[in-house]
Design a protein around this ligand. Structure first.
Ligand code: NAP
Length: 561
């Protein structure tokens, strides 16, 4: 299989040097480093955690699989990769970082976000406490400490172990028949080479989630032939991109602290106007259409987040929104066959039950003659072939096949870390029949192991930085409280974890979410337990529950002395 891997070489000076590290001992030729806190991940969560713990004087290090900070933005370099959270809300709330940074556009692309991480490091100097190119492969609790082994780097011994490993680290490649026979370039969206010349090439894009939409929208503008393989059409909102001036951002910086604070009091981590409290049925058709038009014109996730409350609970309300969406989208597509694939008359998926995508000119782009759409519901993929992809309608030949097929999200990276509980039982066994966490922050049987941007928390139903910062702040407070109260180890109880899971699934059952095959439901990975993986009751409610639990240690088992 021709597999392209994005390799980014960082200057040596940015890498952590073992020479400058105080190594406590060497066992079997491997350095052992003793710490208070080890953090896994160098995205928003890892960077924020490292900053917070360091400031409080903890002996702390981070390990990161990539060669620099950025997390998902380090890996995702595919054409059109751009964040769907608007500036400045996709920023850390650390004043010394935001005071000296301005974004160029409302929705920055992957290059600008990587520059932002460089800036964060320039200001905070975090790379000197980070091991890059370092992958955790085994972690066990020995009654007092965690021992964390890495693939090629040192072994760490730490009292507190914090995972900020992200929701979308583990790539998913479907097991297409005969995939290894393909002789062209096969690349997953998250390992896209930095420079790939598509000019004059025949390019396939398999998958039509947020990633597939962004790639097709961008590649359509290139001198290449694009074929987009679509199984479920994406629901999209207009991005309404625009340039941001330095002046307007400098003015707004007077309010940033409040903006970031308010974001954490909202259901989705965006300080947008709150959802309409009325039912969709309480207003006239004219009023409803006017509201839809207004929200549509705002761009970003506003159309969803400030819309009527009953969109994802009432099938008929959902159909009304879909009807509006289909009309808005179809008026931009001339080719009726293409329109039927991306915006079918019959609703293919409940609105808001899968992660929606943001687009700029996607519908105009798919209308171009160099873009072909293949409806996989009508003509499924039979197998790969040395020259391309064979569907029930015949062979499509390609020079490049891009898999925009997503991730083993939320649990994949945690399960790959070789974690086991204090009896040596692997996490995969503990989660065999479903995920068990207390508050999406701790796992029963794993003392002093904490998670952020985790399963059973608002995670991908929230803007990233607010939920991440809240969880890291909670973890920092919990550890500080442990120290003040003389607590050696803390863990969520199994009883609390079962209750957390039960409450989450019960809330989910009241919505249309379980009726859609989404990665939120774990439904994109064959064999994965089908369950809601996200806390859907909102970031604001989540914060209330976690704050309360921390006050009383509700649902936690404490080990003293
Ligand atoms: P995704 O949402 O999981 O989409 C995967 C796509 O691949 C779907 O269209 C899926 O079809 C298709 N697919 C999977 N297996 C297939 C198979 N065997 N045959 C044909 N098609 C198959 O993955 P993603 O688009 O990479 O997005 C993942 C998440 O990353 C997003 O939901 C979002 O949270 C994040 N993301 C964010 C941004 C941003 O902020 N701008 C951009 C990109 C991604 P079905 O739908 O039919 O299963």
């Amino acid at each position: 299989m021709a597999q392209a891997v994005a390799v980014t070489v960082q200057p040596e000076s940015l890498r952590h040097s073992l020479d400058t590290e105080k190594i406590n001992s060497v066992v079997n030729g491997k350095p052992i480093i003793s710490l208070d806190v080890l953090i896994v991940g160098g995205g928003y969560g890892g960077v924020y955690a490292l900053h917070r713990f360091r400031k409080l004087g903890f002996k702390v290090k981070a390990v990161e699989a990539g060669s620099f900070f950025g997390g998902t933005w380090h890996w995702n370099r595919y054409p059109g990769a751009r964040v769907d959270s608007e500036s400045p809300l996709y920023s850390l709330s650390i004043p010394e970082v935001y005071q000296s940074w301005t974004w160029s556009v409302r929705f920055p692309d992957h290059r600008e976000i990587r520059r932002y991480f460089r800036h964060v490091d320039d200001v905070l100097g975090l790379s000197r406490d980070t091991y890059f190119d370092t992958i955790v492969v085994k972690a066990r609790w020995d009654g007092d400490m965690w021992t964390v082994e890495t693939l090629a780097g040192p072994t760490f011994r730490c009292k507190y172990f914090v995972s900020a490993s992200g929701s979308s680290y583990k790539r998913y490649t479907p097991k297409f028949n005969n995939i290894t026979a393909y002789k062209g370039l096969l690349v997953h969206s998250a390992s896209f080479p930095d420079a790939l010349d598509v000019r004059g090439k025949r390019v396939a894009v398999v998958g039509n989630g947020s990633t597939g939409v962004q790639i097709v929208q961008d590649l359509a503008k290139e001198d290449c032939q694009v074929t987009s393989f679509i199984r479920t059409p994406a629901i999209t909102f207009p991005l309404k991109q625009r340039k941001l001036t330095i002046e307007e951002q400098e003015d707004q910086k007077n309010f940033y602290d409040h903006l970031f604070k308010v974001a954490k009091t909202t259901p989705a981590g965006f300080p947008y106007n709150l959802p309409l409290t009325q039912s969709i049925w309480d207003v006239s058709e004219e009023r409803r259409e006017a509201l839809f038009e207004y929200l549509w014109s705002r761009g970003g996730f506003v159309f969803h987040l400030s819309n009527f409350r009953d969109l994802v609970t009432d099938e008929k309300a959902n159909a009304l929104v879909y009807d509006f969406w289909r009309r808005k989208v179809r008026e931009r597509i001339k080719d009726p066959v293409k329109a039927d694939i991306v915006a079918p008359q019959k609703q293919a998926v409940f609105f808001g039950t899968k992660r929606s995508a943001l687009e700029q000119d996607y519908f105009e782009m798919i209308d171009r003659p160099n873009v072909q759409l293949v409806n996989l519901k009508e003509t499924p993929i039979l197998q790969f072939h040395e020259k391309g992809i064979e569907t029930t309608k015949g062979l499509h030949e390609f020079d490049i096949v891009i898999l925009a097929t997503g991730f083993d999200a939320l649990t994949g990276s945690l399960l790959d870390m070789g974690l086991s509980d204090r009896h040596g039982i692997p996490l995969s066994q503990i989660w065999k029949e479903g995920v068990l966490t207390h508050l999406g922050l701790m796992i029963p049987g794993l003392p002093n192991f904490f998670m952020s941007y985790s399963p059973q928390a608002p995670t991908s139903l929230s803007n990233g930085p607010p939920i991440i910062e809240y969880q890291i702040d909670w973890i920092v407070q919990a550890i500080t409280k442990m120290q003040v109260e003389g607590i050696n180890a803390v863990e969520g109880t199994m009883k609390a974890a079962r209750q957390w899971r039960e409450d989450l699934q019960a809330a989910n059952e009241k919505t249309l979410l379980p009726r859609t095959n989404s990665w939120w439901m774990g439904a994109n990975i064959p064999g994965k337990v089908r369950e809601q993986l996200i806390y859907i009751q909102g970031l604001d409610q989540y914060i209330r529950e976690c704050d309360e639990a921390l006050k009383t240690w509700g649902g936690f088992e404490l080990h003293k002395g």
